[in-house]
Design a protein around this ligand. Structure first.
Ligand code: SF4
Length: 172
C-alpha cells in the first residue's frame, strides 16, 4: 500500500477512510500521484488492512480505495472488499484507471461489482480535468451498485487531499 488516511474529508461524501494502493502502470499523462506508480511500497496483509477499517465502522461514512491502481492488485483487493461487505456496514467507493469495458472483462469482475457501492472508471485525462468531485476528468465514468450514493454526491465531493498524507501499508 502507498498510504492510509482514516479520517479524510475528501475522496467522497462524508468522513472516509482512504486507502491508496501502491503500483500503477497505466501512465495517464498529468497524473497527480506519480509517487504511487512504482510497485514497491509498504507491505501489509489483507487481514491487517481490514482491521484498520473495521475499528472505524460507526465512526466514519465509508471507505474509498484508490491508487495507484487498485485493480492491479485485484486478488487481495477482492478479499478485502469481501470482508468489508460481510463484516462491516461501511460503503465502498473504488476508483480505477481502467475503463468500464476493461473492468467488466477482468477475472473476478462480478465479485468486484458486488462488493462496492460505487466505481469510478477510466484513465485520467489532463485536458478534461474537473475542479470538483471524485471523477478527476470528465471522460471518467461513474457506476452505482446500491442506493447509498447518487451521482450528485460524488460530483460534489472534494478531492483535495494529496495521496500520501498518512503512512500506511501496500498489499503483499
Ligand atoms: S490510473 Fe490513476 S494512478 Fe495510474 S497513472 Fe492514471 S491517474 Fe495515475
Amino acid at each position: 500500500m502507498h498510504a492510509f488516511e482514516p479520517f479524510s474529508e475528501a475522496h467522497g461524501p462524508g468522513t472516509r477512510a482512504v486507502l491508496w494502493l501502491q503500483g500503477c502502470t497505466l501512465g495517464c499523462p498529468g497524473c497527480s500521484v506519480p509517487e504511487t506508480h512504482p510497485r514497491r511500497g509498504h507491505r501489509v496483509g489483507v487481514d491487517e488492512m481490514f482491521a484498520q477499517f473495521a475499528v472505524l465502522d460507526g465512526w466514519i461514512e465509508g471507505v474509498t480505495i484508490t491508487g495507484g491502481e487498485p485493480l492491479q492488485q485485484r486478488r487481495p483487493v477482492l478479499r478485502l472488499l469481501a470482508r468489508l461487505r460481510a463484516e462491516t456496514s461501511l460503503p465502498v467507493i473504488l476508483s480505477t484507471g481502467y475503463t468500464w469495458d476493461e473492468v467488466v472483462r477482468m477475472p473476478g469482475a462480478a465479485a468486484l461489482l458486488d462488493r462496492v457501492d460505487a466505481l469510478l472508471a477510466g484513465r485520467y485525462e489532463r485536458g478534461l480535468r474537473l475542479d470538483r468531485g471524485l471523477r478527476g476528468s470528465s471522460n471518467r465514468t461513474v457506476h452505482l451498485f446500491t442506493d447509498r450514493y447518487t451521482p450528485e454526491d460524488l460530483g460534489a465531493a472534494r478531492d483535495a487531499e494529496p495521496a500520501g498524507r498518512a503512512d500506511g501499508p501496500e498489499f503483499s
